[in-house]
Design a protein around this ligand. Structure first.
Ligand SMILES: Nc1nc2c(ncn2[C@@H]2O[C@H](COP(=O)(O)OP(=O)(O)OP(=O)(O)O)[C@@H](O)[C@H]2O)c(=O)[nH]1
Length: 216
C-alpha cells in the first residue's frame, strides 16, 4: 500500500485562490455505503452494478470542477470503510480540506455510526474542515430504513450540509462535489465585497429529492 503523499499535492493554504492548488477531499463512512461508487459516478459518470468488492487501504482521483468560471482542482481520496483500515485512514484526515461522510439509507447501523465518525473527524481532522453528510442509495426506496428528515435532523445538529445521493442514478452526486469546490474556492479567495457563500443554503436550494421523499 502506497502511503506517500503524491508529488503534485500542495497545501491549499495561503492568500488568494490559486487554480493550480489541489484541494484534498476525503470520502469516509462505513464499509459498503457506496464511497467508491459515488467517486466512480462523479469521475466517469457510470455505475458498475454487481458484487461488492471492499476497498483495501486508500487511493485518490484528481478531478477538476469549474466554479463560477474558475477551475478548482479536487484531489478526492477514497478510503476503506472497514474497521481494520481505520488507523491508516486517520493519518489522511489531518491535511484534508473537505470530508464527505456517507451512510446508506437502507442500512441503519451505517446511520447510527455517523456520530462515531464525526467524533473521529473532530479528533483527527483540521478544526475548519468542510464536512458534508450524504445519505446514499436513495434510489433503493423499497428498502429505505432511514427517513430523509432523520438525516436532515442529524446534519442540523452538527451544523453540516446534507443531501441524499444515488451513486446508481447520479442524483446529487455532481452537486455534492460542486458545493465542496464552491466552499473551498470561496474560503481561499474571498474578496472584500464578495457576497458570502453559505454552503448549507446552497445545497438545500439545489438538491434533488428522491421521488419517495418529495413530501418531506
Ligand atoms: N442501488 C445502489 N447501490 C449502490 C449505490 N452505491 C453503491 N451501491 C452498491 O453498494 C455496494 C458497496 O458499494 P461501494 O462503493 O463498494 O462501497 P464502499 O463504501 O466504497 O465500501 P468500502 O470500500 O468497503 O468502504 C456495491 O455493490 C455497490 O454497487 C447506490 O447509490 N445505489
Amino acid at each position: 500500500m502506497d502511503l506517500q503523499r503524491p508529488d503534485s499535492y500542495q497545501c491549499g493554504a495561503g492568500p488568494g485562490f490559486q487554480e493550480h492548488v489541489l484541494h484534498k477531499t476525503i470520502l469516509v463512512g462505513d464499509s459498503g455505503v457506496g464511497k467508491t461508487s459515488l467517486l466512480v459516478q462523479f469521475d466517469q459518470g457510470k455505475f458498475i452494478p454487481g458484487s461488492f468488492s471492499a476497498t483495501v487501504g486508500i487511493g485518490f482521483t484528481n478531478k477538476v470542477v469549474t466554479v463560477d468560471g474558475t477551475r478548482v482542482k479536487l484531489q478526492i481520496w477514497d478510503t476503506a470503510g472497514q474497521e481494520r483500515f481505520r488507523s491508516v485512514t486517520h493519518a489522511y484526515y489531518r491535511d484534508a480540506q473537505a470530508l464527505l461522510l456517507l451512510y446508506d439509507i437502507t442500512n441503519k447501523s451505517s446511520f447510527d455510526n455517523i456520530r462515531a465518525w464525526l467524533t473521529e473527524i473532530h479528533e483527527y481532522a483540521q478544526r475548519d474542515v468542510v464536512i458534508m453528510l450524504l445519505g446514499n442509495k436513495a434510489d433503493v426506496s423499497n428498502e429505505r430504513m432511514i427517513r430523509m428528515e432523520d438525516g436532515e435532523t442529524l446534519a442540523r445538529e452538527y451544523g453540516v450540509p446534507f443531501m441524499e445521493t444515488s451513486a446508481k442514478t447520479g442524483m446529487n452526486v455532481e452537486l455534492a462535489f460542486l458545493a465542496i469546490a464552491k466552499e473551498l474556492k470561496y474560503r481561499a479567495g474571498r474578496q472584500a465585497n464578495e457576497p458570502s457563500f453559505q454552503i448549507r443554503d446552497y445545497v438545500e436550494s439545489q438538491r434533488q429529492r428522491p421521488s419517495c421523499c418529495s413530501f418531506l
